[in-house]
Design a protein around this ligand. Sequence first.
Ligand code: PMP
Length: 355
Amino acid sequence: MPHFRAILDTMPPYKAGKAVVSADGRSYKLSSNESPYDPLPSVVDVIAEGARQINRYPDPAAAELTEAVARRYGVPPEHVALGAGSVTVAQQLFETVSEPGAEVIYAWRSFEAYPLLADLAGAVSVRVPLVDEAHDLDAMADAITDRTRMIFVCNPNNPTGVAIGSAALTAFLDRVPDNVLVVLDEAYREYVRDPDVPDGLGFYRERPNVCVLRTFSKAYGLAGLRVGYLIGHEPVAAAVRKVMVPFAVNHLAQIAAVASLQAEEELLERVDAVVKERTRVREALVEQGWTVPSTEANFVWLRLGERTLDFAAACAVEGVAVRPFAGEGARVSIGDPEANDTFLRAAAAYGPHTP
Ligand code: PMP
C-alpha cells in the first residue's frame, strides 16, 4: 500500500452538483449555478475553428486572453493571473501563502472548496460562522493573528447569496494588516444589482494586499471549459502565475474566453434575464411562506435544517436538482423560466412548514 498523506483520510470530497431525471424524463439542473443558456453560436464557432490546433500546446502565458482581461478592466496585464477555473486560481493562491502553521480565514458556510484547498495546501482553516446568512466581518477581523496569511471574502456569498455592502467591507479592510492577502471572491459579480455592493476592483486599486477573483463559468457561460482569473497587484499576480501548473488553461478555453469578452454585451443581457427571474423566484417563494435571504447571485438559499435532504429528494421527483447541504439548507440556481416554474411548484407542494 503506498503511503499517502494523512490529510487525505479526513479531507471531505468535493460534492459537485449532479443532474436528476423525473420518472417522465424531465431534468432541470439547478445545482451548480451554471448559465441556463446554450453557448453563443459565435463562441461555438471560435471553439470549432480552434479545435484544428489541439495537436499543439496552448500559449502557456495565455497572452491574448490576459491582454483582453486587462483591457476589459483597465488594469496592466501584469496584474492578471489566469487559471483553469477560478477554483484553480484559488488553489494557486493557497499554494502561494501556505507553510506549516499558516492560517487562512474564511466565513462558513461559504464556497465548499475553501476547506478542501486549505487542507491540500497544508494551511490551517479558520472558519468564522455566518450571522444571518452573511459574513461576520467583525469576527473575521477579530480572528486575525500573526499567523494569518490570507482571508477569503466571498461576495456575494455562496451558498447564501447575501452580499456585503461598501461601508462594512471598507471598515473590515481597514483592520487587515498589509501583509495579509485579502481575496475578494466575486464569482457572481455580474449578477449584483444592489448599488451598495462594491466592485472589488475599487479596493484592489487602492490596496496592494487586495485581489479579486472572477470566472468565466457563470455569467459568461463557459463552466465546461474551466477558465477564471485574478486581478491583483504585480507581486500577487506574479506569485499566482509562478505556482500554476504549466499549460493549465487550455487553448479552447483561452480562445472561448476571448470570444466571450467580445460578445459580452449579449452575455450580459442574458445575465439581466437571470436577474429578473431571480426576483420572480424569490418573490414567489416568499409568497409561499419561505424565508429567503436577499440574494445578489444567480441562486437562492433556503435554510431547511434537518429537512434539507428530504426537500432535495422532493425536488428530484420533479426532475429538479438542487444543491443540498445536509442539516443546513439547499441552494437552488436560477434557471430558465420552465426550470424555475417546476422548482416553484415543487417548493409549493413541499411547503415551507413541512415538519
Ligand atoms: N468561487 C465561488 C464563490 C464559486 O461559487 C465558484 C463555483 N461554484 C468558484 C469560485 C469556482 O468557479 P470556477 O472554478 O468554475 O471558476
